[in-house]
Structure formats: structure tokens, C-alpha cells
Ligand binder design. Structure first.
Ligand code: SAM
Length: 238
């Protein structure tokens, strides 16, 4: 069903997390009808637009200039323009910039609309086979092992699945820390979702951590784990 989109609107648009075809028809229509696209990295978004044969003006809008872009976006909306907001991959604001602009647009009384689509945490959780009834997304955990273990211990009382994002530089460290705290926790690593080398590593924390050490680590990762069973067996001392 289609509905009329008002002029003077901020459209928050999810873009692919790897496969350029993972974009909705609504997203493509919104790109075509907007006045400008506020993009985390304009070069990155231009490649996506080129793939879908769309030509639109872009303005850069990333974590470091978000505050100063707010007024420009509000000015445009004040003139009745339509502004599309995208991040480099997936859903804007999810471990990505965008929240500050959305808040300011709402506070100024303009309409916002979400055009949903890819999101790595939902894709990873869905393919993990772990419980999707209840889940907790904790974004990127601290980089250093001491603070990361402290952050992990605070999750111990949570039921359901816990989802984190991690970079190739720290994935081994994260898996080792989970294994050190809860060797029997069920862990799934979703690597390179929607891309050529998409794969899942599944097993206990100890098994998955051992596997990560055996190979050269490249790519993007979502880590999903469940603590209920592991915690019944007792947490390992730090
Ligand atoms: N906004 C994005 C979303 O909706 O998922 C997340 C952006 S965050 C800066 C980037 C992180 O998301 C990566 O470091 C990785 O942990 C995860 N990620 C993004 N794309 C992924 C993919 N194709 N496969 C696995 N993880 C991915």
C-alpha cells in the first residue's frame, strides 16, 4: 500500500550491509524523489546510487560534523525540501551517526519517516539459530580486555540472546574474553553477512574462540551469545 509522503520530511533510509541489491523499492523511490541525501561517506553512497542508476546531490554528514549539519538540514526542511539520511551500511543510528539530526528535526516539528531495511544485528541474530524472542544489542564493547570483561560481566543477568558488533582487529580478543568468563556459553559468529564469504561459526565459547585463532581474520562480524546455560554452570573467576 502506498501513502502520500509530505514535503519537508527527513527520511531515514536503511542501505545494504554488503549486497548492493539488499535495498527496498521504497528506499530507491525515496532516493529518486528527495532533494538531497545526507550521507556518512558520500563516496560510499555514490557507489550505491550508481549501482541503482540514481543521480542525486549528496552532503556529507558523519559523526564529526553532525552537529554543524543540523542547521543546514533544518534550513532545507524549512524550505519544504525532502532530505534523505543514510549511513555507510545498514540502518542509520545503529552504531552509526544520525541520532542527533533526527532528534533536532523532531524537536523542530518536522516529519520524520523510516524506510527500514538491512541491519547487521537483525540479520546475524536471525541466522544464528539462537533465541530471537528476547535479545539485547550492546553495540561495540570496550576495546581493552580489562574493561571489556567488566562490560561482559554486567550482561550476566540478561536472558535471551546478546548481540555485539566487532571489528576484525578485536574479534579474537572478544571471543577469548567470553570463553574465559563462560566457557560453555552458546556463541555464534556471523561473518560477512550478505557477502561472498558469508559464514557462521557456531559452538561453545571455547570452541568458537579456538576456531578464530586458527585463521587469518578479515571481514565484519556480529557476535551473538546466550548465557543462561553457561551461567548455571558458574562464571569463571576473572
Ligand atoms: N548501521 C549498521 C547496521 O545497521 O547494522 C552497523 C554499522 S557499525 C559502524 C558496523 C559494524 O556492523 C561492523 O563492524 C560489524 O560489526 C557490523 N556489520 C556491518 N555489516 C556487516 C556484515 N555484512 N556482516 C557482519 N557484520 C556486519
Amino acid at each position: 500500500m502506498s501513502h502520500q509522503t509530505p514535503n519537508s520530511i527527513l527520511q531515514i533510509i536503511a542501505t545494504p550491509i554488503g549486497n548492493m541489491d539488499d535495498i527496498t523499492l521504497r528506499a530507491l523511490a525515496a532516493f529518486k524523489s528527495c532533494d538531497v541525501i545526507a550521507a556518512e561517506d558520500t563516496r560510499h553512497t555514490r557507489r550505491l546510487l550508481l549501482h541503482h542508476q540514481i543521480d542525486k546531490p549528496l552532503m556529507s554528514c558523519h559523526g564529526f560534523n553532525e552537529a554543524s549539519r543540523v542547521n543546514q538540514i533544518l534550513d532545507r526542511l524549512g524550505r519544504g525540501e525532502r532530505v534523505a539520511l543514510v549511513s555507510d551500511a545498514g540502518t542509520p543510528t545503529i552504531s552509526d551517526p544520525g541520532s542527533r539530526i533526527i532528534r533536532a528535526v523532531i524537536d523542530a516539528g518536522h516529519a520524520v519517516e523510516v524506510i527500514p531495511g538491512a541491519c547487521a544485528l537483525i540479520a546475524g541474530l536471525t541466522g544464528s539459530g539462537l533465541s530471537c524472542d528476547q535479545f539485547h544489542f550492546v553495540g561495540f564493547l570496550p576495546r581493552k580486555t580489562g574493561s571489556r570483561k567488566n562490560a561482559l560481566r554486567k550482561l550476566e543477568s540478561l536472558s535471551g540472546s546478546i548481540i555485539t558488533y566487532e571489528s576484525p582487529y578485536r574479534i579474537c580478543g572478544l571471543l577469548e574474553d567470553i570463553a574465559a568468563l563462560w566457557p560453555d556459553a552458546q556463541v555464534v559468529v556471523a561473518r560477512e553477512l550478505t557477502k561472498k564469504f558469508e559464514e557462521y561459526w557456531r559452538g561453545t565459547a571455547t570452541e568458537v574462540a579456538a576456531r578464530s585463532l586458527k585463521q587469518k581474520i578479515l571481514g565484519e562480524f556480529v557476535v551473538i551469545f546466550q548465557l543462561e546455560t553457561a551461567c548455571k554452570k558458574g562464571t569463571q573467576p576473572l
